[in-house]
Design a protein around this ligand. Structure first.
Ligand SMILES: C[S@@+](CC[C@H](N)C(=O)[O-])C[C@H]1O[C@@H](n2cnc3c(N)ncnc32)[C@H](O)[C@@H]1O
Length: 366
């Protein structure tokens, strides 16, 4: 095989997830001041900073986790970025699902290799990347997104991470309620994952798509959304009793005798709620419960969530649940950033891993 054949083979291949570095891989370099830079290795490529230069060829063949020196004899630590590193630094159009919640989603929804999964909305594609990893090459991920700009950002992010758009992934632009029935055959889906403002509106179409026993999981930012989706899951009669949780991860500082929780943490991201699809025509047996004083009336529910009762109204918007939304101009900028990242991945030019996430502030579900 000629050198050119070898090069085009490695450059076209997906980045390796382990083993010695090779052309086409992404490498995260940590410099003397702790600054991170992510580069994609290409034949003849060079990484330049004001501190000096490293040839990409010097990294090729080194084991992951190596230390090498730049042209100024300064040390750089070279590591393959983890999926969570990539997700936290990639361009964002919408708030992303953070790795701690993505991990719980994979577990609570029982995402398995070979699963056929529906996901909406796709947002920036953070959760899609985790789901793709969970289902493996035998699985199939159908993502849905009602806004074109977000679908574009997610596609570029997924392409940048995977090296190319995976064969087993598609994104359909449109409202899930309208486009799901035309995209996925009824009863053909193992798992439905919803991260959107009003998931209760999609409980019916999700049930139609799910196989009996399939799992629905919704990620919502506020207690009011959590309650609304729980009541709709119950009211539909199509699912088992829903189960809700939230995940708090507290980092620890562990150094010598200074062993204590970190001073800061991400205190709130969102809630997860799951239920299983009942077999068509099945009625859930009534749970035998002790009579409780906590029973509530329709009037109580109407006061809590006016849109749950007939004729009632309430307005669900990102702003009404306390969330920012980005202007079209900012979204176009984010789409350009994501396309640039995907192009850099293809050409091997440098990009910085730091900073992309910072301006988005705290994570929230829509
Ligand atoms: C918070 S974002 C999703 C973030 C994504 N899970 C991630 O990790 O990057 C919510 C997205 O849902 C989309 N959306 C809301 N309702 C939808 C619907 N009914 N059908 C399809 N997409 C919807 C919004 O346009 C938005 O992009």
């Amino acid at each position: 095989m000629s050198r050119d054949d070898e090069r085009s083979e490695t450059e076209n291949a997906s980045p390796a997830l382990s083993g010695p570095f090779r052309y086409g891989d992404r490498v995260q370099l940590t410099g003397p001041k702790g600054r991170l830079n992510t580069i994609t290795l290409i034949d003849g490529g060079e990484f330049h900073s004001h501190r000096g230069m490293i040839r990409h060829s010097e990294l090729v063949g080194l084991p992951d986790g190596s230390v090498l020196r730049n042209s100024n004899d300064e040390e750089y630590l070279a590591l393959r970025p983890l999926l969570s590193d990539f997700v936290m630094s990639m361009p964002r159009g919408a708030a992303i699902v953070y790795p701690k919640d993505a991990a719980q989603i994979l577990s609570l929804a029982d995402i398995f290799p070979g699963a056929r999964v529906v996901e909406a909305g796709v947002g920036s594609g953070a959760l899609s990347l985790h789901l793709l990893r969970g289902i493996g090459s035998e699985g199939r991920l159908f993502s849905f997104e009602r806004r074109d700009e977000f679908a574009e950002i997610a596609s570029s992010n997924i392409e940048a991470f995977s090296g190319s758009v995976p064969d087993n992934w598609s994104v359909t632009v449109g409202d899930l309620q309208e486009v799901l029935p035309a995209t996925c055959e009824a009863g053909s889906i193992d798992r439905v994952v919803l991260d959107m403002l009003a998931p209760w509106e999609c409980v019916g179409v999700a049930a139609e798509a799910l196989k009996p026993g399939g799992v629905i999981i919704c990620y919502v930012a506020t207690v009011t959304q959590l309650s609304r989706v729980a009541e709709e899951l119950r009211r539909s009669g199509l699912y088992t009793h829903p189960q809700a949780s939230e995940t708090m991860v507290r980092g620890w500082h562990v150094e010598g005798l200074a062993v204590r929780p970190d001073h800061r943490m991400v205190a709130h991201t969102g809630f997860l709620i799951t239920a299983r699809r009942l077999a068509p025509g099945t009625q859930l047996p009534q749970l035998k419960r002790r009579a409780s004083k906590g029973e509530f009336t329709d009037e109580d529910m109407a006061a809590w969530m006016p849109d749950l009762v007939e004729g009632g109204e309430s307005e669900w918007t990102p702003e009404s649940i306390g969330q920012w939304s980005k202007s079209d101009k900012v979204l176009r900028k984010k789409a350009r950033e994501a396309q640039k990242l995907a192009a850099q991945r293809a050409s091997g030019s440098e990009d910085s891993a730091a900073g992309a996430a910072a301006e988005d502030g705290a994570p929230t579900a829509e």
